[in-house]
Design a protein around this ligand. Structure first.
Ligand code: ADP
Length: 423
């Protein structure tokens, strides 16, 4: 072979490092280019990327068997005529026939013979094919099909078991989070209570009179505690949302009042950011069935985000409209926007897009990124009401500020299927 000629490429699929080194060296010495894959799946990927001239295949691989890898590759057009040759320690009766039935071209058994292997490889490259008598082949085909189905069944059982185990661990984790959050909340309530007592006590009041610093320190302390308790409440709520345990107290609610309440809750933040909030409720239904506290919380999360991700001076529009038996509530901002590939992900737990520090303002101090729970909570609440939530945005751009529009669609009658008398 002259240096200009392209060297034939051989893919060796084998998990034993000793055999890998030996065969690679031998075949490279004989003038081949050799690639090695340590598992069946890695072998399939490598073969697909490089389409070798010949594949040497161990049969006992850690994931798929060499027979299964061959059957998989033969299903692809470009591997129909590539020689795939077994190089295996399996020499029991029937193994060779089963390999040919699975689509292998030839069957070489270990131990590897340094003197003969390069010649054997060359012959398979030139078109040699191992033959098997038709009756033996039919028998081997049946045995191979049975083997594949049995392995598939065993794998499905394994996956099912792993899935159940993961589910169990996930539930344990949720229970752990709930328990921990509860345990943290109790002393925090006490700390807050004592803090307030301290703040209101005559001695401290006298100290505050003397020095502003004391008052500021205690106010900061109380604010930090409030912040921590809102994080704990978020965690508690999200673990209930995740385990599908959002309990709703449904009653007749006035949509306009809910929206006005949500805006009022953020009034000081809106003023601080010099943002303009437009409320358009002309087409809103007068009332609907919902859990007022939960619906308020979901909308607060949307408005809180709109404030966070919209620059100072921006505009946020809250709109409620009735469409047949549904109410659509939209929160539209003129902020940084959200990339299309992230628009579904942001509703997942603990997902935060991009650099949240940049434009963000946390719920209390209006600075710093959040936990990535707000939208997951909003989604859980909306879905518990039998509704849907989604976002539309042209993409994220901190120069052009394309904005985002979050929409909540809720059934006016809540989850109840039967017609309800309005009170
Ligand atoms: P966080 O507490 O981080 O705000 P959320 O679940 O409320 O968590 O939001 C998840 C992510 O979605 C945020 O980190 C942010 O990247 C993105 N996001 C949410 N609302 C907006 C919005 N109005 N404009 C731009 N990005 C937003």
């Amino acid at each position: 072979m002259t240096p200009e000629e392209k060297r034939p490429t051989i893919l060796y699929i084998e998990d034993d490092p000793g055999s890998q080194v030996l065969v690679k060296r031998m075949l490279e010495y004989a003038g081949y280019e050799v690639m090695v894959a340590g598992t069946g799946l890695a072998g399939i990927n490598m073969a697909r990327q490089r389409t070798p001239d010949l594949i040497l295949m161990d049969i006992n691989l850690p994931d798929l068997s060499g027979r299964e890898v061959t059957t998989r590759l033969r299903a692809l057009d470009r591997f129909q005529s590539v020689p795939i040759v077994a190089l295996t320690a399996q020499s029991q009766v029937g193994e060779r026939e089963k390999a040919i039935a699975a689509g292998l071209t030839g069957y070489l058994t270990k131990p590897i013979d340094v003197d003969t292997l390069p010649g054997q490889v060359a012959r398979y490259l030139q078109g040699q094919r191992d033959e098997v008598a038709p009756d033996l082949l039919a028998e081997a085909q049946t045995a191979y099909s049975r083997e594949v189905v049995e392995r598939l069944e065993a794998k499905i059982r394994e996956v099912e078991k792993a899935y159940n185990e993961l589910n169990r661990l996930d539930k344990m984790k949720d229970a752990f989070i709930q328990l921990t959050a509860h345990e943290l909340r109790t002393p925090l309530t006490l700390i807050y209570g004592y803090g307030r007592l301290l703040y209101d006590s005559p001695i401290v009041a006298a100290m505050i009179q003397q020095s502003d610093d004391v008052g500021r320190l205690i106010a900061n302390l109380l604010e930090a505690i409030e912040r921590m308790s809102s994080v704990i409440n978020e965690i508690l709520l999200i673990s209930r949302v995740a385990s599908g345990k959002v309990e709703l107290s449904i009653s007749v609610v006035r949509v306009v009042e809910i929206i006005q309440g949500v805006v009022a809750a953020y009034q000081s933040a809106i003023e601080q950011r010099q943002q303009q909030v437009v409320v358009d409720v002309e087409q809103a239904p007068s009332s609907m069935y919902a859990d007022p506290d939960m619906l308020t919380l979901a909308l607060e999360n949307l408005l809180g985000n709109a404030i966070k991700y919209t620059p100072d001076g921006g505009t946020i529009t809250l709109r409620a409209t009735q469409h047949e038996d549904r109410v659509l509530i939209t929160v539209q901002d003129t902020g940084i926007g959200i990339n299309p590939d992230e628009q579904a992900l942001i509703f997942e737990r603990f997902y935060t897009a991009g650099d949240t520090q940049l434009h963000s303002t946390s719920k209390v101090a209006f600075r710093g990124g959040g936990l990535g729970l707000g939208l997951a909570i909003a989604k859980g609440i909306v879905e518990a009401h039998g509704g849907r939530i989604w976002v539309e945005s042209a993409g994220r751009n901190e120069q052009t500020m394309p904005g985002s529009t979050f929409t909540v669609s809720l059934p006016l009658r809540g989850r109840l299927a039967s017609p309800i008398r309005q009170h």
